[in-house]
Design a protein around this ligand. Structure first.
Ligand SMILES: *Cc1c(COP(=O)(O)O)cnc(C)c1O
Length: 487
């Protein structure tokens, strides 16, 4: 049998890519919900390649077979779209990446690309490492990056320990991120990127994305934003000038809690003072084909499709859980055992006005229920108990429906005490920087009816009624019920 020749496959590959690009362009015309539901998977793809399957199939195969050596050569040199090996390319992963790129660039004419990773932490590492490389002209020069300190605990550790302490890549901490001048003052010729998380987990930090992006770009630096808490249903940082968005897909996007996943979504032609043109031209694709191919932090196809399946309902879910969170926050704010509630949706939050400028339910103006742009603030909030660390644990231990878990974004309500869980490792000093007091409970309201969540919190707070009495009560006073549970 005569081989078809590499050029035959390259031509066929070009036609396929063009067809895909046109389909993606068509999807970009659709509303957010339609994109979330269909992503980049089409009827034609279902019929021609997937036995008509209306749901994106889970391709568990590690690799694809090639028709001949010519097709293999074209595939492995990236001259044609290929599923050569699942660490680099896989159809199921491609569907997840396609939908996230469209959702994060929704409402703009930006062409975004995406690479999915095994976790949010892998996404953060993958997003920052390409900038932390040695300059050929200045091999011995130190490196630094400028970032907020109100960060997810894992990110705090990655920056403080893995980068700063172990590699001497200096983390220049922005203490008041709403002060754009402070960001600017920390930048010098050895700065590689600007980084911020908003709303931050759990302390609800916020800053003016557009103004920080402007500072970054004035210094030819990329601005990386962790937008996990908002999800693209409430905020799309690329539209405000961010170059790269990281998502812990594990959270609200993957609400069922079936797995861990992360993603990087980038605009084309990002700013950077690193001399690497392919990286700047299409950051996510560059990561996919080169650094992440070599480092291997990639997601499994199973998790990709499970996440994709939850993403279909992200808009209506974020609307619902945001409204419920507001209801719960208002209840907590007037409770006698509560010192304070931190929720960006509350008018008395110092960052409320700034958050109000940025956090909107996408497409609410096209929703016949709302007919206008409405603010929604997500389902992460925290509250402080009137009392010490011990009192806080007692309230926390009394929850009967709200799960005690270091998790958020779940369809079920979950709560944690950050000082003893997510932010335990960074010590008192680090917690102070991140704004985490010992009496803080982080609550992420799920999709239950808010009245039932309020009832659970209300009964838990009764442990603080007449403190003296209950503190002298025996350890396991509930008798049968609690001891049988222990046994
Ligand atoms: C959970 C989380 C991460 C880390 O994501 P994983 O998927 O758990 O690795 C990063 N940023 C934020 C804001 C998070 O909440």
């Amino acid at each position: 049998m005569k081989n078809k020749g590499t050029s035959f496959y390259i031509e066929a590959g070009k036609r396929a890519m063009q067809w895909h690009q046109e389909h993606i362009k068509k999807m970009k015309q659709c509303r957010f919900d339609t994109i979330a539901v269909h992503g980049i998977y089409s009827m034609q793809e279902a019929l021609d390649f997937n036995q008509g399957s209306i749901i994106e199939p889970i391709y568990m195969s590690t690799s694809q077979t090639y028709r001949d050596s010519d097709e293999m050569e074209a595939g492995l040199s990236y001259q044609i779209p290929t599923w050569c090996y699942s660490r680099i390319g896989n159809p199921s992963i491609y569907y997840l990446e396609g939908v996230l790129a469209l959702l994060e660039s929704y409402g703009t004419d930006l062409e975004a690309s995406c690479i999915a990773t095994a976790s949010g932490m892998a996404a953060i590492q993958s997003a920052v490492d390409p900038f932390l490389v040695v300059h050929k002209q200045k091999p011995g020069a130190p490196m630094n990056f400028v970032s907020t300190c109100q960060l997810y605990g894992g990110t705090f550790q990655q920056f403080a320990v893995r980068k700063d302490e172990e590699k001497h890549i200096q983390w220049r901490k922005v203490l008041n991120p709403t002060d754009t001048q402070e960001w600017e003052n920390l930048i010098d010729e050895n700065t590689r990127f600007l980084y911020g998380e908003l709303p931050s987990n759990p302390s609800q930090g916020f800053f003016d994305i557009a103004r920080v992006a402007e500072v970054a770009h004035r210094h030819n630096l990329p601005f990386i934003v962790d937008s996990t808490v908002a999800t693209p249903a409430l905020l799309r940082p690329l539209a405000h000038g961010a170059d790269i968005v990281v998502q812990s897909v594990s959270k609200s996007l993957f609400t069922s809690g079936f797995g861990i996943a992360g993603a990087i979504i980038s605009r084309k032609n990002i700013c950077s003072n690193i001399d690497n043109d392919p990286m700047k031209a299409d950051f996510s694709t560059y990561l996919k084909l080169l650094p992440n191919r070599d480092n291997g932090p990639n997601i499994s196809p199973m998790n990709a499709i499970l996440a994709l399946n939850d993403i279909r309902t992200i808009r209506s879910r974020m609307d619902m859980v945001s409204r419920s969170t507001e209801t719960v926050a208002r209840f907590l704010a007037q409770h006698k055992h509560i010192e304070g509630v931190d929720y960006l949706g509350m008018e008395d939050h110092p960052l409320h006005d700034l958050a109000k400028k940025y956090l909107f339910l996408v497409d609410s103006e096209h929703d016949e229920l709302y007919k206008q742009k409405v603010n929604r603030y997500g389902h992460l909030m925290s509250f402080r108990i009137k009392g010490d660390a011990k009192d806080t644990r007692r309230v926390f231990d009394a929850f009967q429906r709200i799960y005690r878990a270091t998790d958020l974004g779940r369809i079920k309500s979950v709560a944690t005490i950050p000082a003893i869980s997510t932010h335990q490792q960074q010590g008192e000093e680090g917690r102070k920087l991140a704004g985490i007091p010992a009496n803080l409970i982080r609550l992420c309201v799920g999709a239950e009816h808010p009245e039932d969540i309020i009832a659970d919190i209300n009964q838990a707070l009764t442990v603080l009624d007449g403190k003296e009495v209950s503190s002298s009560a025996p350890e396991y006073s509930a008798g049968g019920a609690s001891s049988s549970r222990l046994g």
